[in-house]
Ligand binder design. Structure first.
Ligand code: DAT
Ligand code: MG
Length: 134
């Protein structure tokens, strides 16, 4: 039974020209791209997307970062797509929790600019896909 997940290439990834690299890793894993759109993120979308982090010390920084420049939003599909993309992405902190061979482990240096977002559960994925793609 296939599932879907929301993937974002965040502003750092787009500015560094890494959309193709991320898409390539998704496709090589065997996952499928269902939708892909470049989007400018307004404050309201950012707040809804990151609602679980409201009140944390890095929340404001997170919102200004995600609204600073376009992101590439995609819906990705396949068996266990949520967990599969989290594996491809690697740990949140790309150094302390480095996963060699992962997007963050290979290509990122700081937690605040770790290139990609992937939904953390099928329930989050459903909420986030509605939010980003209606
Ligand atoms: P993930 O993106 O791996 O799901 P998360 O949901 O815990 O991680 O956090 C969302 C984003 O917020 C994360 O990709 C980068 C940023 N972030 C998380 N923890 C942080 C911290 N301690 N300092 C700065 N930024 C942080
Ligand atoms: Mg998360």
């Amino acid at each position: 039974m296939d599932e879907r997940t929301l993937v974002l290439v965040k502003p750092d990834g787009v500015q560094r020209g890494l959309i193709g690299e991320v898409v390539s890793r998704i496709e090589r894993k065997g996952l499928r791209l269902v939708s892909l759109e470049l989007k400018t993120v307004d404050r309201s979308l950012a707040e809804q997307h990151y609602a679980e982090h409201e009140g944390k010390g890095f929340y404001e920084e997170l919102l200004s970062f995600i609204t600073s420049a376009p992101v590439a939003a995609m819906v990705v599909e396949g068996p266990r797509a949520v967990a599969a993309f989290r594996q491809i992405a690697g740990g949140t902190d790309p150094v302390e929790k480095a996963v060699p061979g992962s997007i963050r482990g290979d290509l990122a240096l700081e937690t605040g600019s770790n290139i990609v977002h992937g939904s953390d559960s099928p329930e989050s994925a459903e909420r986030e896909i509605k939010l980003w793609f209606g």
